[in-house]
Design a binder for this molecule. Structure first.
Ligand SMILES: C[S@@+](CC[C@H](N)C(=O)[O-])C[C@H]1O[C@@H](n2cnc3c(N)ncnc32)[C@H](O)[C@@H]1O
Length: 312
């Protein structure tokens, strides 16, 4: 069963402000040139492909779901890269907006199988244990997290993986936008913090061995590319400005960057993200974790908060 585009208006209560009119207008505006506007984190794609190779079985295709997939560019890159690790994947790119999923390429390599469906993260239109891994890149801040995790627990098989890639508010503040673009970090209030994501996962006993990895990423750009990205609304945050506000902010942004960098063709800035990886346990793994006191959470690369236990 696939939820129709119309159906999500009936289920707006499941969604955060993401399905509101201004964000809806944003995705209509950017869909056609979304791929050119955004950057891909190739190191993390390789990292994810490697994780997938650990849960793949030689005889079966690995069944992937990307939620909030947009044009499906991350799902495609993960499937391509997993193939280099010898893992054959079959995937579904699921997104609430038809206009976004409709902007995937018409034909893809013979080895790559990626279907595109319209569906809500909070009401995943798939059967129980349909997938070996559920991925979500750059989208979880648009979702109602509890409803999303409930659905993921349902559609993931036991032993499968949930992998969520996002930016925390602190990371957002350290980007070139957060540091130099007036109001960018302040207007972006939707991002989940590490603690919020941890707390939401700790509510769901189906998940275990959850880890939060910080994914460092330094971008090097020209000033003109940055200006084009902002004018093209590469992030929905830019749709929270009126056109006049955006132009005024861009002017200040350019002045600040020119003052801060000697060479406007070589602007380097942090674009770190976090990757949350959680296993979908069965009843036995859940009991094992609670018996041994195995941590439900741990973190890599600093910025650590306390290890928590699974609620039992
Ligand atoms: C910032 S884009 C990221 C797209 C893609 N993952 C990427 O990185 O290119 C966020 C996507 O989430 C989708 N989205 C927002 N709210 C959603 C929801 N409640 N259910 C499913 N998709 C949603 C939007 O339509 C949009 O395509």
């Amino acid at each position: 069963m696939v939820v129709t585009y119309e159906a999500f208006f009936l289920t707006m209560r499941y969604s955060r402000e993401s399905l509101g009119p201004s964000i809806d207008r944003h995705f209509r505006l950017v869909a056609a040139h979304y791929r050119q506007l955004r950057d891909l984190d190739h190191r993390t794609i390789r990292y994810v492909a490697n994780l997938l190779s650990k849960i793949s079985k030689p005889t079966n295709k690995l069944r992937l779901l990307e939620v909030g997939a947009g044009t499906g560019r991350y799902a495609e890159a993960v499937i391509d890269t997993a193939a280099e690790h010898g893992v054959v994947c079959w995937g579904v790119a699921c997104d609430a907006r038809k206009i976004m999923v409709g902007k995937g390429p018409i034909a893809h390599g013979a080895e790559i199988q990626l279907s595109r469906v319209v569906g809500l993260a909070e009401l995943l239109p798939f059967r129980v244990a349909a997938f070996d891994a559920v991925l979500s890149f750059n989208a979880v801040h648009h979702f109602e997290i509890d409803a999303f995790l409930l659905g993921v627990a349902r559609v993931l098989r036991a032993g499968g993986l949930l992998i969520v890639y996002t930016r925390t508010p602190e990371q957002n503040r350290r980007t070139v936008w957060g540091r130099f673009f007036p109001g960018f970090a302040e207007r972006e209030t939707r991002l989940y913090g590490g603690d919020e994501l941890r707390a939401a996962l700790a509510q769901r006993p189906e998940f275990y061995k959850a880890r939060l990895h910080v994914r460092p990423w330094t971008l090097r750009k020209t000033l003109s590319r940055l200006v084009d990205q902002a004018r093209g609304h590469c992030y929905s945050t830019f749709s929270l400005y009126t056109p006049a506000e955006l132009e005024a902010a861009l002017e200040v942004f350019e002045q600040r960057l020119i003052a801060a960098y000697h060479d406007p063709t070589a602007i380097t800035a942090q674009n770190d993200h976090v990757l949350i990886v959680a296993g979908r346990g069965d009843e036995r793994s859940r009991l094992r974790a609670s018996d041994t006191g195995a941590p439900a959470w741990s973190e890599r690369r600093g910025r650590v908060s306390p290890v928590r236990r699974l609620p039992v």
